[in-house]
Design a protein around this ligand. Structure first.
Ligand code: A3P
Length: 317
């Protein structure tokens, strides 16, 4: 792997094409500022524009994640929590738009379409998202008071989910996807550097960075939704709790409900041929990886992870 010495300030980006694996996904990876970027979908020029021009506001909310960690679910929850006084669940825009359309990605959408988009007409709080690692965020975000919610997931379920995602477009063995992760050469990887960046910031600035786990959300969605609302500055009132608003939001954002919405059954994201529910709502389970990865493979990656995360206090079950 290439050196990770390039900095955000560098005027000549550190770019090199991946020779990692032979599938279309891996071929499209470029090493940039110390991470592997899927540059066929995310031109490094859009990242540079984002870093250069984005001006964060203190009440901005940013959903951050690695792909397949539960981004779509978190976006649905964040959108619903923040906008619950403007929309009921029957007229929320989530009934007619995929969560990714409502909380767009900086690098995949906004700065890819326009090098300096005009956000002046977006009402506060502005909702954005990113798959970029913490060190690659625009400095204005790091120096503002805005809130970042990072969601992660056990890396084995991420591997399997990612493999399924790209298998729709390109048949490749799950072992190749797993090997890519072990080398830290997957999109937006290495996994350990990505999670560590946000983990460390959540310890350093707990009122600005919330670190969430997919598994915790699955285990107790009501408690986590309350925690999320509290962090976002939109806590539920006693009255709302009494009248079941939290449960209604959790049910609305559940896997089954989102997957079965007409917009996700028939709607498609730009450049894809598959409906949203095939791309973003597959099985929604914890631990599905046991059906795809051998115990030996799991142990191998666990050893890598243990070494990479050692001393950080961050662990994955
Ligand atoms: P699986 O492929 O394991 O089913 P992302 O949104 O980051 O791309 O992550 C997609 C993963 O989150 C997929 O995992 C998907 O099924 C799961 N997912 C999407 N919406 C969900 C929801 N409302 N509840 C639980 N899991 C959800």
């Amino acid at each position: 792997m290439e050196s990770k010495e390039s900095s955000l300030e560098t005027s000549t980006p550190n770019v090199s094409p991946s020779t990692a694996a032979s599938n279309a996904y891996a071929i499209g990876l470029t090493q940039f500022q110390g991470f592997w970027i899927p540059s066929s979908r995310v031109p490094t020029s859009s990242i540079i524009s984002f870093q250069k021009y984005f001006q964060a506001l203190d009440d901005d909310i940013i959903v951050a994640s690695k792909p397949k960690a539960g981004t779509t679910w978190l976006k649905a929850l964040v959108f619903t929590i923040v906008n619950r006084h403007s929309y009921t669940l029957s007229n929320t825009p989530l009934n007619s738009a995929n969560p990714h359309q409502l909380i767009p990605f900086f690098e995949i959408k906004l700065y890819r379409e326009n090098s300096n988009p005009d956000f002046s007409k977006i009402p506060s709080p502005r909702l954005f998202s990113t798959h970029l690692p913490y060190p690659m965020l625009a400095d204005s975000i790091k120096h503002s008071n805005c809130r970042i919610i990072y969601i992660t997931r056990n890396p084995f379920d991420i591997v399997v989910s990612l493999w399924h995602f790209f298998r729709f477009m390109d048949d490749w063995p799950v072992e190749d996807c797993f090997e890519m992760f072990c080398r830290g050469e997957e999109g937006y990887g290495p996994f350990w550097d990505h999670v560590l960046g946000y983990w460390n910031m959540s310890l350093e600035k707990p009122s600005n960075v919330l670190f969430l786990r997919y598994e915790e959300l699955k285990e107790d969605p009501v408690a986590q939704t309350k925690r999320l609302a509290e962090f976002l500055g939109f806590p539920f009132s006693i009255e709302e709790e009494k009248t079941g608003v939290v449960n209604q939001i959790v049910d609305f954002c559940s896997f089954k409900n989102l997957k079965d919405l007409e917009v996700n059954k028939t709607g498609k994201m730009a450049e894809t041929i598959l409906p949203n529910n095939k791309l973003f709502f597959r099985s929604g389970k914890v631990g599905d990886y046991v059906n795809y990865l051998t115990p030996t493979a799991v142990e191998r990656f666990n050893n890598i992870l243990e070494e990479k995360l050692s001393g950080s206090g961050l662990t994955f079950k």
